[in-house]
Design a binder for this molecule. Structure first.
Ligand code: NOJ
Length: 553
């Protein structure tokens, strides 16, 4: 059941769907009776995640350089309520507290990212290395290991050093490949004795599309039809270079793994009996996940991207495709640079074929795909406007990865759901439902033979949600951002996730229903605590600021 504050009113592309009954295999849609009781393979790793800019705060502390997100969020009008990540959850000062929360959950791993400008303030290694930044991550890694929590580290979760943006135009410039490689090499050198799971990039799709095509994210560029493709091209090269650096210089000694975390919504054909819809849905996934995964696993962009962007570029009177090309050497250098694949997944769309005009002025990543995205108005959407809960899409995406990329080892790096800022409800029944159903679809995918080794709930804490600021809360733990100490409060989903972890899955219906009931029962006391703290801080705020007349000592 959704609390009233969790309803979103915005359905942009709503279609009342006549679902076809043409199910080719027994993949189930929203049929709750199909819940699968069972456990995960022994050794399955359970975690939660965060990223540097979203949680650390301390944006200008201890010698950290500026990132593009520091600069972007300080510009008026870019972020909801003009929020910034300046202090965020104060994670930089709360390592101990946060590791205790992870211990409480009994996590096997914690996924976090390293802020490049905290380590190398200008992004250029020969300029200066900030030892205080190194010390911070040293402390975090050591505390995790002491608590028997495996650190899973992302090297780039969007916070590019601002100097590299100003000097070179950020990911539009090939020179970033070497700078990123030097940063990665520094991380391997300093942390690689303790960190064994590395991810080069997080969700490069967002970096490319939202950073360089729509401009909703830093650096806020709107280079429609070319910017995203160019950024992605350099990111893929940078990823491959870092993988080779690890492979040749560190692997033998450190024995770790290097992967990448890609995000992908699932795209389901609106009409399963319509070949055009089937092809459009395939294009949706290929332009999303395939854009990055296909070069990394097969050496080149998906054929359908080359065909569509190439054809449209010709129609637009361009001499060459707007999609850059890899040379033969580059293809073989890039192919196979992935020890494991990180998958971030949140939602699904229905897809139908839609021809877009191919005039030069209208060229964009979005129009290149010739499709329309639709949602079923019955899908729950408690928080973010784009995030509809469609658990069965997760199983399909995981199976897609298995068949397209040769059944790679997968770590789910992000999965979760948000609620709106004004909702101070810690009894997040809808999040329990989301996790329960999505984790269950992942279990079914494992039964299908997909090689999933771990799962990361997104996210440990409420945090800065990029252009949405603090208006969307993804955390298992609620953070009171109005209190400068940023206290954390467990939501009911903490109790539920904890049980999933300790049972390594879903033992039987009676127990799982019990977990759920207990979780909801116990969260009311956390609700009271939060309400009391709120009242207190309000009273405080309302007290007139009075000082003793003679306060000189
Ligand atoms: C993917 C991003 O990697 C993450 O930072 C963000 O919080 C989630 N999407 C939810 O929007």
């Amino acid at each position: 059941m959704l609390p009233s504050c969790a309803f979103s009113v915005c359905h942009v592309f709503v279609l009342v769907l006549c679902l076809s009954s043409a199910e080719d295999i027994d993949w189930t849609k929203n049929d709750h009776s199909s819940f699968y009781y069972g456990t995960f393979p022994a050794g399955f790793s359970w975690g939660a995640g965060s990223s540097a800019y979203q949680t650390e705060g301390a944006w200008d502390k201890d010698g950290k350089g500026l990132s593009i997100w520091d600069v972007f969020s300080h510009k008026k009008g870019k972020i909801q309520q003009n929020d910034t990540g300046d202090s965020s959850c104060e994670g930089y000062h709360k390592v101990k507290d946060d590791v205790s929360l992870m211990k409480e959950l009994k996590l096997n791993h914690y996924r976090f990212s390293i802020s490049w400008p905290r380590l190398i303030p200008t992004g250029i290694k020969s300029d200066h290395i900030n030892e205080k930044g190194i010390q911070y991550y040293d402390g975090l890694i050591d505390q995790l290991l002491e608590s028997k929590i495996t650190p899973v580290v992302t090297l780039y979760h969007w916070d590019l050093p601002q100097v590299l943006q100003e000097k070179y135009g950020g990911w539009q410039n090939i020179s970033l490949v070497n700078h990123f490689n030097e940063f990665a090499n520094l991380c391997f050198e300093r942390f690689g004795n303790r960190v064994k799971y590395w991810m080069t990039f997080n969700n490069p799709w967002s970096v490319a599309v939202e950073g360089y095509e729509t401009g909703e994210h830093a650096p806020g560029l709107r280079l429609r039809g070319t910017g995203a493709y160019r950024a992605a091209h350099h990111i893929i090269k940078a990823h491959a270079k870092v993988w080779h650096t690890y492979d040749t210089q560190w692997r033998a000694k450190q024995k770790g793994l290097v992967g990448i975390s890609l995000s992908g919504d699932w795209g389901e054909p609106v009409d399963m009996s319509n070949q055009k819809d089937i092809e459009a849905a395939e294009r949706y996934v290929q332009f999303y996940l395939g854009w990055f995964a296909t070069p990394i696993f097969h050496g080149d962009y998906p054929q359908v991207m080359k065909d569509f962007i190439g054809r449209k570029s010709v129609q637009q009177g361009l001499g060459t495709s707007r999609l850059p090309t890899f040379s033969t050497q580059e293809k073989s250098y890039i192919k196979g640079t992935c020890d494991f694949l990180g998958i971030g997944h949140f939602t699904t769309r229905y897809i139908t074929q839609k021809n877009n005009p191919s005039g030069r002025s209208s060229s964009s990543y979005f129009t290149d795909r010739d499709l329309a995205e639709l949602v079923d108005p019955r899908w729950p959407d408690p928080g973010s406007e784009w995030l509809y809960s469609v658990p069965w899409g997760f199983r399909r995406l995981l199976n897609f990865v298995k068949t397209q990329y040769g059944n790679p080892m997968i770590y789910v790096t992000e999965n979760g759901v948000s609620e709106k800022m004004l909702c101070t409800e810690l009894c997040d029944d809808w999040r329990i439902q989301y996790y329960k159903d999505y984790i269950n679809e992942m279990l079914k995918a494992i039964k299908d033979g997909v090689n999933v080794k771990g799962y990361t709930a997104w996210s440990l804490l409420d945090k800065f949600e990029w252009d949405e600021g603090y208006s969307e809360r993804f955390g298992l733990y609620y953070v009171d951002f109005r209190n400068k100490n940023k206290p954390r409060y467990p939501k009911a989903s903490v109790q539920f996730y904890k049980r999933v972890i300790s049972s390594n899955g879903f033992p039987n219906q009676r127990e799982v229903e019990n977990w759920r009931r207990k979780a909801i029962e116990t969260c009311s006391s956390s609700n009271q605590l939060l309400a009391a703290a709120r009242r207190k801080s309000k009273e405080h705020a309302e007290m007139p600021k009075v000082w003793p007349v003679h306060d000189e000592v």
